[in-house]
Design a protein around this ligand. Structure first.
Ligand SMILES: NC(=O)C1=CN([C@@H]2O[C@H](COP(=O)(O)OP(=O)(O)OC[C@H]3O[C@@H](n4cnc5c(N)ncnc54)[C@H](O)[C@@H]3O)[C@@H](O)[C@H]2O)[C@@H](O)CC1
Ligand SMILES: [K+]
Length: 481
């Protein structure tokens, strides 16, 4: 599991540790880790051209001390100072003492083998200032290593309010920052490496799963398992207008670990023709047999309102997607107030905007505003509806009403394809039926779905939702090692 902490949490932990250590110790730890990574990235340090972009704070100090370490190993290191009168004096003195120099030739940035972005770190706010902006657009031939955070990315939210420096590698100190894991910030960070500087941190509000976490989380049948013990997932999806959504949701549900899939709705005939192993019932959830979790809404059309009402009245976990969400936005959070089992909502940004409007009786926020503030939007929705919220997008995030968030590290932009959300809904519902809690089911589903999407798009090509569903089995095998 990757753990991310806010700037406020990092500052508190740093203050506590700095009070016990000789001055400068933390910065030396940071600079040593940073220089070691840079040395690994260069074919050879001796003779390499390294440029340090140094801003006015400690982030610039880290970069200058790391530059000094590389200079001592024979690199030709020059520093471009963004605010010469406020540069970190100790860092600059160390660089000079090691044979580094200051330059004002911005062309050195483009010619360098490696650039250290120490313009601004966790103290940065409001995007890059004018003097730094040319570097975001400038040509570069070398590797760009961001110090702690790519400059221009908001460390807490991942928002990129203007220009930002795109890094190949980000070396962060003490902990991940949420903005390194959530788009658009994540897309500027490249490969993120963590350097331990000894901070004692509180529980993380934002986490990201890794393969090992999935391996420990996914349900595995035992010798005593039968299909009912493994869980039956009910899928209420599809309509005369959108029969395909039923097939896609079922295709996802069949690969989520539940022992059986029960389909209710108007596409029963098509579903059985394609998936003979599915139990089908005409009508709605209320009249169906036993299920351990419901998926309601994909392609539900006019039938979504009834299906939603009946599923929400059941005592089992319910995942609400697509047309079910449109109906829920109309009803508002009160529709979930009487529930005894957890509810999982899986909106894309447009649906999230409608849900928020339904909760607050205000005009819906613009979808691009929601996309730029993914963490805050998902948290707010989860709090308003007292439900777990999986907000789909370039980084899918899952938020609990408590504010706890998991961000999904897998995925590909090729997943933005029709029907891919139906597969995800079926998959997550199946994991719920198999007994996972909403946070785990949602985040594990997003992870597997992202891996399936990547595999389907291998080499970079369009994928269909059924391609993704077909790769979910292999995604399970990958994470289970
Ligand atoms: N505090 C500590 O104990 C440690 C801090 N470390 C480093 O220190 C960084 C934080 O240092 P600071 O608190 O000095 O803050 P930063 O160096 O991140 O930035 C603050 C400085 O940048 C200016 N600034 C703010 N927004 C800007 C923008 N948008 N464009 C350009 N300049 C801007 C401010 O005027 C201020 O001078 C961390 O990210 C990390 O790199 C590490 O050395 C580890 C230890
Ligand atoms: K930086």
């Amino acid at each position: 599991m990757r753990h991310a902490h806010t700037v406020e949490q990092v500052r508190a932990a740093e203050a506590e540790l700095m009070a016990r250590l000789p001055e400068g110790t933390l910065m030396q730890r940071a600079a040593a880790g940073l220089a070691a990574t840079c040395a690994r990235l260069l074919p050879r340090v001796y003779g390499s051209r390294v440029v340090v972009l140094a801003g006015s704070g400690d982030n610039g100090g880290d970069a200058l001390y790391a530059g000094a370490r590389l200079a001592r190993r024979g690199a030709a290191v020059s520093a471009l100072l963004l605010a010469p009168e406020r540069v970190h004096t100790g860092g600059l003195a160390a660089l000079r003492a090691a044979g580094g120099r200051v330059t004002t030739d911005q062309g050195e940035f483009s010619r360098a083998d490696l650039v250290l972005d120490g313009i601004v770190g966790i103290g940065g706010r409001g995007g890059l200032r004018p003097e730094a902006q040319p570097y975001a657009a400038a040509e570069r031939r070398g590797v760009v290593v961001a110090v702690d955070v790519p400059s221009g990315v908001d460390p807490d939210s991942g928002a990129v309010p203007g220009a930002a420096l795109r890094a190949d590698v980000t070396v962060c100190f003490g902990t991940y920052k949420p903005g390194l894991l959530v788009d658009p910030g994540a897309s500027y960070a490249g490969i993120v490496q963590l350097v331990d500087i000894g901070l004692a941190l509180p529980g993380a509000g934002v986490t990201a799963l890794q393969h090992d976490d999935l391996a420990g989380m996914l349900p595995v049948p035992t010798v005593e398992s039968d299909k009912y013990r493994r869980g039956v997932v009910g899928v209420a999806a599809g309509s005369a207008r959108y029969p395909g959504a039923a097939l896609l949701a079922v295709a996802g549900a069949l690969r989520g670990g539940a022992g059986a899939v029960r389909y209710v709705g108007t596409a029963a005939e098509e579903v059985v023709r394609r998936f003979p192993e599915v139990l089908v019932t005409e009508g709605g959830p209320a009249g169906a047999g036993r299920v351990q979790a419901w998926v309601v809404g994909p392609g539900g059309g006019d039938g979504a309102a009834r299906a939603l009402e009946e599923a929400l009245a059941s005592p089992v976990p319910v995942l609400v997607d697509a047309d079910g969400l449109t109906e829920l936005a109309r009803l508002g959070p009160a529709a979930l107030a009487g529930r005894t089992a957890p509810t999982l909502l899986t909106p894309h940004t447009g649906e999230a905007a409608r849900l928020l409007a339904g909760a607050t009786a205000q005009a819906p926020p613009a979808a691009d505003e929601l996309a730029a503030a993914r963490l805050a939007s998902a948290r707010r929705l989860a709090a308003e509806y007292r439900a777990t919220v999986l907000l789909k997008g370039s980084t899918t995030v899952v938020a609990e009403p408590t504010g706890e968030v998991r961000v999904n590290p897998t995925g590909t932009s090729w997943l933005a394809t029709a029907g891919s959300g139906d597969v995800l809904a079926g998959l997550a519902g199946s994991l719920l039926a198999a007994g996972l809690g909403t946070l785990d089911a949602a985040s594990a589903a997003a992870y597997l779905h992202g891996l399936g999407g990547r595999e389907a798009a291998a080499g970079g090509g369009p994928v269909t939702a059924l391609d993704v569903a077909a790769r979910l089995g292999s995604a399970w095998r990958v994470v289970r090692g």
